[in-house]
Design a protein around this ligand. Structure first.
Ligand code: FEO
Length: 619
């Protein structure tokens, strides 16, 4: 039975999902399945955009028949010839003998290579900027070579402002009943798989992806229809921003990815000690045993993190097999712009470090940190200082590390610097505002930070008067802002925003001791930038106090997008508890607290988030 989805009045999804596929392209595990998207435009002419993989073509043909009804199929636009999208073309051509195949000349060649059927008399050849009028709709063809294969093109429907993007903007994962990215929590549940899809499928072709994005940037896009994964109709720019970042090979986040290949656990031991020491220095770490974790996940993580450590046993006088395969994969995917450190192990002739180094020399802009740390069989007490030195050397390459201190590694004090790109991370977002008074550290959540002047670099912040942090800033005249990102979980807002520092030590459970040059603490997790400022003026503003302050230090922590207030409301804040039937009262629009009463005094303050009566609405 057919299972189709209406996308617009004229456009229908006629694709299918596959949850039985073990390995996509024979290489990439797809535990969440995969969708093969095909779209039917029903205008004066009917136009099908691509077909599906042979594994799901039975459902596809049922879907197409249902969407067409008794109409013929006039055109098939072939945007990509990889068989996961083209397998059904021959049968389609048999079923709809008058159908014209719209494609470019490279596609025509591949059609003749893949299929034993008459092609040339059926094709309608298009090239860059050619158009096809189908009645109400005009389709524009844009060549996108190597946005996976050389023949790839994308199509822009200028009538409905839809970009049919071929493999670009796709993701692993079956659709599970949803069609649009805004129907699911994409950032939380699907972004990792979108990154794994991008890096492994088109990661090698970042330059070509950037070229396509540049071409597409001149047209208005209301919807993106990729060949895998969800259709995008909201927050398109957020996903495009991820593609711009991934295509540039710049890391998304500062942190260390440690990949190790260990035969009897001794190389793993060195990696564990290093990871532990990095965490003590407040640096985010992720670890992978390359013999266990699928390479596609590690390639994806390598694109995400700024620093990479490879620790490998020596095997047959070479690199351990699983590590060698991973390094080959990373080189093939064009990994670049990373800081790398190496650990090698060997009982009689350790050699893996130098051999990894030889391979990485093919990659652009790889900063190899110091010399390879060599282990002979197992880590000895005398070698702990070498691991500590590696942790310190990694720490020293992180931004804003001048005033980070650990018990065993006091950093050399440096003059604080203002990194200007950090200032561009300010949005109408959410921030952890921190201050210090004597031995007392405290922080709260604020939502208003504005850069008001660029010389000197000056900001204005608004702080609710009931906040304890406000009193500390009034006393000391100094504060820090940790700019929160979209990955920030609700617990951070709860921790810093929904309890008072008067009776709680909000830093009691935060193990890292990150402080900027002014000695004030800041958050490294789920932030993308840190700003330190000195107050020059304050003024009363009703419920809030405004501070005008000079920025004295700023540094970037990650390339993750800053969280906006809207993003917080849509994706992070738990939905308010539904009131019981018959309950009367007022609900706080900020935190969802329900005040059960027929009246709400004008001076009422929410006991959870401290917002006033103006932020409540009647149930
Ligand atoms: Fe989904 Fe490059 O094929």
């Amino acid at each position: 039975m057919h299972c189709i989805k209406k996308i617009t009045a004229d456009l229908t999804w006629v694709g299918a999902n596959d949850r039985r596929l073990a390995m996509f392209e024979g290489v990439y595990s797809v535990p969440g399945g995969v969708s093969y998207n095909s779209y039917l435009l029903t205008d004066e002419k009917t136009v099908l955009f691509d077909t599906v993989d042979k594994a799901v073509q039975h459902r596809f043909f049922e879907n197409l028949a249902e969407a067409l009804g008794d109409r013929p199929l006039d055109y098939l636009v072939v945007q990509h010839m990889e068989p996961d999208h083209s397998a059904a073309i021959k049968e389609l051509a048999t079923l709809y003998p008058k159908m014209k195949i719209v494609c470019n000349t490279k596609t025509q060649t591949m059609l003749n290579q893949f299929f034993d059927m008459e092609i040339d008399s059926r094709v309608h050849i298009v090239k860059e900027k050619d158009t096809l009028h189908t009645g109400k709709h005009t389709l524009h063809f844009i060549m996108a070579p190597m946005v996976h294969w050389p023949e790839v093109m994308v199509t822009y429907d200028s009538t409905d402002k839809i970009l049919f993007s071929a493999d670009a903007f796709g993701a692993f994962g079956a659709l599970n009943g949803a069609m649009f990215a805004d129907e699911v929590d994409f950032a939380k549940d699907y972004m990792d798989e979108a990154r794994r899809y991008y890096t492994n499928i088109v990661g090698k072709y970042g330059t070509q992806v950037q070229a396509l994005l540049k071409k597409a940037s001149v047209v208005e896009i209301d919807m993106i229809c990729p060949l895998h994964g969800f259709v995008w109709r909201k927050n398109i720019q957020e996903f495009v921003a991820k593609y711009l970042l991934w295509g540039s090979y710049e890391p998304e986040e500062y942190g260390v990815m440690i990949a190790y290949a260990s035969i009897y656990g001794n190389t793993e031991n060195a990696a564990e000690i290093l990871s532990s020491q990095l965490r003590d220095r407040g640096i985010k770490t992720v670890m992978f045993d390359v013999s266990v974790t699928p390479a596609s996940e590690i390639v994806s993580a390598a694109f995400r993190w700024s620093h990479l450590v490879f620790a490998s046993a020596t095997y047959n006088a070479g690199i351990f097999v699983t590590m060698e395969s991973l390094i080959n994969d990373l080189v093939a995917h064009n990994i670049q712009n990373r800081t790398v450190a190496l650990i090698e192990n060997g009982s009689w002739a350790p050699a893996s470090g130098g051999l990894i180094l030889d391979k990485l020399e093919k990659c652009k802009n790889i900063n190899i940190l110091g010399s390879t740390l060599r282990i002979k069989s197992s880590v000895k007490a005398a070698q702990l200082s070498e691991i500590t030195a590696m942790a310190d050397a990694l720490l020293a390459t992180f931004p804003g590390t001048a005033s980070r201190k650990t018990q065993d590694s006091p950093n050399v004090a440096e003059e604080p610097v203002i990194d200007l790109p950090t200032m561009t991370k300010l949005t109408y977002g959410l921030f952890v505002l921190t201050a210090r008074d004597g031995d007392k550290d405290n922080g709260c959540i604020i939502d208003t930070v504005l850069q008001t002047c660029d010389s000197p670099i000056r900001i204005t912040i608004a702080v609710r008067k009931v906040n304890y942090t406000l009193n500390m800033i009034l006393k000391t005249g100094e504060f820090n802002l940790s700019i929160l990102t979209e990955s920030a979980p609700f617990r951070i807002f709860e921790h810093f925003g929904l309890q008072s520092g008067k009776n709680t030590d909000k830093f009691a459970d935060i193990n890292d001791e990150n402080r900027t040059a002014n000695g004030i603490r800041y958050l490294l997790e789920h932030t993308n930038g840190i700003i330190s400022a000195k107050v020059i003026e304050s003024c009363d503003c009703g419920t809030h106090k405004l501070f005008i302050a000079d920025v004295v230090q700023a540094f970037t922590v990650s390339n993750e997008p800053s969280v906006t207030y809207q993003y917080y409301s849509d994706h992070i804040k738990p939905k308010a508890t539904l009131p019981k039937e018959g309950m009367s009262g007022f609900v706080c629009k900020i935190c969802g607290y329900i005040h059960e009463s027929d009246t709400l005094p004008d001076d009422f303050i929410c006991p959870l988030c401290k917002h006033g009566a103006a932020d409540f609405e009647k149930l």
